[in-house]
Design a protein around this ligand. Sequence first.
Ligand SMILES: Nc1ncnc2c1ncn2[C@@H]1O[C@H](COP(=O)(O)OP(=O)(O)OP(=O)(O)O)[C@@H](O)[C@H]1O
Ligand SMILES: [Mg+2]
Length: 410
Amino acid sequence: MAVIELEKVRREFPDGTVAVRDIDLRIEDGEFVILVGPSGCGKSTLLRMIIGLEDVTSGTVRIDGEDMTDRQPRDRNLAMVFQDYALYPHLTVRENMEFPLRLAKREQGEINRAVDEAVAMLEIEELLDRKPAQLSGGQRQRVAMGRAMVRQPNAFLLDEPLSNLDAKLRVQMRLEISRLQDRLGVTTVYVTHDQTEAMTLGDRVAVMRKGTIQQIGTPRDLYLRPGNLFVAGFVGSPAMNFFPARVRDGRVELPMLSYDLPAGLRELGDMLEQRDVIAGIRPEHFAWIGAAGARDADVGVDDSDEAVRFRARIDVLEWLGSELYAHFHVTRGDRSGRERTSLHDVADELAEIGVRAPEEQLTVARIDPASEVTEGKEADIWLDTGRVHFFDADTGENLALTRSEPAATG
Ligand SMILES: Nc1ncnc2c1ncn2[C@@H]1O[C@H](COP(=O)(O)OP(=O)(O)OP(=O)(O)O)[C@@H](O)[C@H]1O
Ligand SMILES: [Mg+2]
């Protein structure tokens, strides 16, 4: 088992593309770390540099304290599982699993023991004599894991191992990988662009963008305290809603309502007033939604100053059984008219993964399935104002986190 340390690791391709920009990352022994981010952000390149399949332009890769930057993959004793599993089609399952050990010239007794152990753990006894073409996607995935396990590597490196599976199987295999990692306790780095996979699997999640790590933390940390607009938009499904906002004289002005800055944020008031601000609201922080005209008491919202109400027309209701999503329009407009290069940059990237830009009009709220609302009709919507995030419109930074103490609310 291994501690993996990356120090200012950079990968620049001959054509000038910088795929990984001076990344620092320390992965503890036995830890399960996820690299997540949109397509092209450098996840696979970083993983390949750890295992030694990709040259490191500058920086250092250390495994258990030893400099491995220029060492061959075989010297690192790490095992990689690829998206397409890369099983040998002409070999049986058993032969595929034996392969890395034969290559390492281990003796037959040892090979048998290692394979039998992995086979038992993965419950694939009945598949041993089949060829990969005779296996389902999930079974191939298991065999690929088995082939990685038999070597007793110091770490597993997995590059989107579940992306070829259908949704249901993906959920099942996700649980299996999680259990397996728990049992083996082997350091694991797992690449995915699926934020649900990232949030459910990892001890820590590194959100990547354009060859950098934007934020690394526990799933809970990333969700409750996103460091910037990109992380806030990337983590969570449906994604956070963004609105242009302004803070004046202790009041927050959003396109659909204004309210007093909540107690927990008052000390930030001056700082917020001096900036263009983007407000971020998660769908579940629209606390409740009811038929227009309902009184607060009718819908169980107390009149604490943390919840305020506005009215909007519900365009679309999406009912998923346990959850109900209401989509409504809020006319936003762009208050400042200033050029916001960095922000538009982020907005474009987020748009690619389905996040709506701050100027867009549609908003999504997750509401109580028992709410009495009708498509095409107006409804009262409560906003839990204690949960609103504020981002700097120029830098995208989460302004509540620039204080010495992290924000108490999410
Ligand atoms: N051999 C290469 N030469 C030049 N550019 C490359 C090469 N390989 C990758 N890149 C570029 O490096 C960047 C990072 O690629 P990488 O494969 O690491 O992304 P990724 O995050 O794994 O994306 P995906 O989710 O699509 O797999 C991309 O812009 C890609 O086009
Ligand atoms: Mg990739």
